[in-house]
Design a protein around this ligand. Structure first.
Ligand SMILES: C[S@@+](CC[C@H](N)C(=O)[O-])C[C@H]1O[C@@H](n2cnc3c(N)ncnc32)[C@H](O)[C@@H]1O
Length: 384
């Protein structure tokens, strides 16, 4: 797997975050190279204010920080960490970090975007760019050509302004646009809906997983969250909008709650939803983090997890594995990890490998999902 990006007689060493010894996925793609090549050809004067949105692991931020003032905007905590790691490794100049809930810097001279996966997130970004920028500021986006549909370009024209595309290069295409549509359309970042059969109302920022309706797995999990006065601390790992924590909090008023997600928008949504759905004064925290990095061992009685199966654009089960390993470390002896997954994902084998065959049991199943419970063996005191 390549870690050296060589272009225009310059070389950058780039790794994904977290760095893994057996990594098979590269930290940049041909879209990053296409954007770099295009902007290099423009021969911009130095010290331009370049806003880079959704840089995966920092190829663009590292490249352009050499001569320009770069502001990176991303909803991903993992991207922020990956970009920081690569800036440091390549001794790059300082870059400013923002999330995509922050205002677009109005002094931008150019905006470069790796297109987000979700259309809601794209619409939000386009509407924010339209509001913040003059028509003269070039906005250049990139994605795999097969992901740029006529409907994607229509969103650009509706929410941002005039738009055209480049020829394809290494299966990627550039989208050139200007912030000049009239009138500018105001976009409400939140979707708000109630959970059927529950006393739960959810607000969802645009990049939250399943932000328009309840995930089917989460719906099934809601019926199997335990109620137990002994549960003092419950962790919702990969919390999304926090729906599982809200239910766990309603069932267990004595429990302290911790919601963790790598999406800043998810963390903000979960925070809002816990405030609005639970009684005042509840003890909870919502944290942007990579799985349970930095959490104290032996500090939780129950961890609930509906794991993701992709990171950025890549489909992978390594995050689920990291979540299960972290959960085992963080649980008290006798503490429980409750996992929901599609039947075909084989989480039972992973959990048995980690927790031991006799400590993993099936809690419930239907035609699509299984809910598994893994108990940290109270007999193995001191073992993590
Ligand atoms: C399948 S969704 C579950 C969301 C919510 N718990 C539910 O049940 O609807 C998985 C969540 O894991 C988050 N996630 C992905 N990678 C992560 C990581 N490395 N650390 C923490 N959260 C992560 C995603 O942002 C997403 O919100």
């Amino acid at each position: 797997m390549k870690t050296e990006l060589n272009l225009h007689d310059r070389s950058l060493t780039l790794h994904r975050f977290p760095k893994r010894s057996n990594e098979t996925l590269q930290a940049w793609d041909a879209g990053d190279e296409y954007l770099i090549n295009h902007v290099e050809e423009l021969a911009l004067p130095d010290h331009q204010n370049i806003v880079v949105i959704n840089d995966n692991f920092g190829a663009l931020a590292c490249w352009f920080s050499d001569k320009h003032n770069v502001t990176l905007m991303s909803d991903s905590f993992i991207s922020h960490k990956g970009v920081k790691q690569n800036l440091e490794q390549n001794h790059c100049n300082k870059v400013a970090f923002l999330t995509t809930m922050d205002a677009i810097p109005a002094n931008a001279d150019m905006v470069l975007i790796q297109l987000p996966k979700s259309n809601r997130h794209l619409i939000w970004l386009l509407s924010q760019l339209r509001k913040a920028l003059p028509a003269s500021c070039p906005i250049i986006a990139v994605n795999k050509a097969k992901e740029i549909h006529t409907s994607t370009l229509k969103l650009f024209e509706k929410y941002l302004g005039e738009t055209k595309t480049s020829l394809a290069w290494k299966k990627h295409r550039l989208v050139f646009s200007s912030a000049n549509v009239e009138p500018a359309i105001e976009v409400d970042p939140m979707t708000i809906w109630g959970v059927e059969g529950e006393d739960i109302q959810l607000k969802n920022w645009p990049n939250v997983y399943s932000g328009e309706s309840l995930d089917l797995g989460a719906r099934f999990m809601l019926q199997h969250i335990p109620q137990d006065p002994a549960l003092k601390h419950i962790v919702d790992l990969g919390c999304g909008n926090g729906v599982l924590s809200v239910k766990a909090g309603q069932l267990n008023p004595q429990a302290r709650l911790t919601c963790v997600d790598e999406s800043f928008m998810a963390v903000e949504s979960a925070k809002q939803n816990l405030i609005e759905n639970l009684d005042e004064g509840r003890d909870f925290q919502c944290i942007a983090n990579n799985c349970l990095d930095g959490f104290k061992p032996d500090s939780s009685y129950l961890i609930m997890c509906n794991p993701p199966f992709h990171q950025q654009q890549a489909i992978t089960d390594h995050i689920a594995w990291q979540m299960f390993c972290d959960a085992k470390r963080i649980l008290n002896k006798g503490g429980k990890l409750l996992v929901i997954g599609n039947r075909h994902l084989g989480y039972d084998a992973k959990l048995k490998r980690l927790f031991g065959d006799s400590n993993v049991k099936l809690v419930a199943s239907n035609n699509k999902f299984v809910i598994l419970q893994a108990t940290k063996d109270p007999a193995k005191l001191g073992a993590n």
